[in-house]
Every structure is written in structure tokens, then in C-alpha cells.
Design a protein around this ligand. Structure first.
Ligand code: MN3
Length: 243
């Protein structure tokens, strides 16, 4: 098993490298990519790097205004509600979010979801990494029939989310995969969520994520977004979730 894990780490690092990650990032352990804390991490690419699927101005406003706002409001809520950010992990806060205020729920979710989202994406550099491979690719084919059918079903869930929210692919403890969505900034790690599980992939369908370029055409935004997914990172989450 150790050899398999080493092989996996090696191949993940190689995939991350060819999928447009900087040298500094590919030197990091891929296991730290999703190490989401209470801080906003630097974007792993430039604002214009996701053009044309997501435009530079949308990325800049989304990251520096919307997402940064959730991060700041989360810190304020932790101070007001006496959450020690050094001893309480964000994941454990989400798991007991029903004990806290609506402000905590909205901003803990908002902060976590965006940190998760930025690292789910990468600039389009190589068409060969436009679909998942390995164990995740096989699991998706088994559960949804084919990768194209999975894309279609995920897109339908994202289009059907009324108002603001997120579409998700989650992993359950028994190893099964499920699609679903959450309203506002809720996410599947919250004990209040109707969709629960380990998030593998999430799509922000708030209008702030796409309105400048796509206006009311959410379906076009969703269709373009598929080209940006960092499948090695999603595969890593799957492997981690299975352990
Ligand atoms: Mn957003």
C-alpha cells in the first residue's frame, strides 16, 4: 500500500505540474493543497489565467471582494462567538455549525467554499487533463454511466439550483458518490445540510461568479467551467476521502 501511495503522490505531483501549477506549488506536498484554514490563501494562478471561461475582472472582484469579505466576517464572528481559531479546525466548526449564529454559518461556509473552489480550478493548458483518470475516473463511470453523463447530471443540478448556491459532487463513507446542491453558502460538511458528505468538487452558481461575462446565461457559464477543473486535485480529495 505504501508503494501505491508513493506512486500516487508522484503521479499527482507530475499531473499538478503539467496542469499549470507553479514550480513552488508543485514542490509542495499535494496533500497540503486542501489544507483550508481561517486565512485566505493566495490564488494559485493570476486573475486572467482562467480566461476566457472566467474573465479577469470577475476573478478579481470575486476573490478580493466577495471571498475576502467572507474571510473577514468569519474572523469577526469567531471573535464575537468565542471560537478559538487555533484549536478549532474549520471542518469541525462546520460540523457543529448549528450551535452558532446565521452570520457564522454564512461566512464560515462562504470562506470554506471559495478556498475549496479556487483550488479546484487551473488554467487550461492541456486537453489530456480535461477528464478524471484513475480510481476517480472509474468510480464516476461506474456511478453515472460515463463521464459525459456525469457532466450532464452535474450541470443539471447546477442549473436547477434556484437563486444562489452551490452544486456538489460528494463522497460518502461507504465509498459512494452523490450529486446535489446547497443554498446560499451552505456546504456538505455542515451538520445542518440536506446534502452531506465529503466534498470532491463544487461549483459556485451565485450570480457574482459569472454575471459580468454571462449575465443571465448560467448554463453557458457552467458549460465553460468544465474546461477549468483541476482533476488531479479532485482525485486527491477522492483518495483522501477513501482512507
Ligand atoms: Mn462566490
Amino acid at each position: 500500500m505504501q508503494t501505491d501511495r508513493r506512486k500516487f503522490l508522484k503521479s499527482t505531483a507530475a499531473l499538478l505540474a503539467i496542469s499549470g501549477w507553479s514550480a513552488a506549488q508543485s514542490e509542495r506536498s499535494p496533500w497540503q493543497v486542501d489544507d483550508i484554514s481561517y486565512q485566505q490563501r493566495p490564488l494559485p494562478y493570476g486573475y486572467a489565467s482562467l480566461e476566457p471561461a472566467i474573465d479577469a475582472l470577475t476573478m478579481e472582484i470575486h476573490y478580493t471582494k466577495h471571498a475576502a469579505g467572507y474571510t473577514k466576517n468569519l474572523s469577526d464572528a469567531c471573535l464575537a462567538e468565542k471560537v478559538d481559531m487555533r484549536s478549532t479546525s474549520l471542518v469541525s466548526l462546520l460540523a457543529q455549525i448549528s450551535n452558532y449564529s446565521e452570520k457564522m454559518r454564512n461566512n464560515a461556509g462562504g470562506h470554506y467554499n471559495h478556498e475549496f473552489f479556487w483550488h479546484s480550478l487551473r488554467p487550461v493548458v492541456d486537453a489530456t487533463v480535461a477528464a478524471p483518470s484513475g480510481a476517480l475516473g472509474a468510480a464516476i463511470e461506474k456511478r453515472f454511466g460515463s463521464f459525459n453523463s456525469f457532466k450532464e447530471q452535474f450541470s443539471d443540478v447546477a442549473k436547477a439550483r434556484f437563486g444562489s448556491g452551490w452544486a456538489w459532487l460528494v463522497l460518502h463513507n461507504d465509498g459512494s458518490l452523490q450529486l446535489g446542491s446547497t443554498p446560499n453558502q451552505d456546504n456538505p460538511l455542515m451538520n445542518t445540510a440536506t446534502l452531506k458528505g465529503t466534498p470532491l468538487l463544487g461549483l459556485d452558481v451565485w450570480e457574482h461568479a459569472y454575471y459580468l461575462r454571462y449575465q443571465n446565461r448560467r448554463a453557458d457559464y457552467i458549460a465553460s467551467w468544465w474546461s477549468l477543473i483541476n482533476w488531479p486535485v479532485v482525485s486527491m480529495r477522492y483518495q483522501q476521502g477513501l482512507r
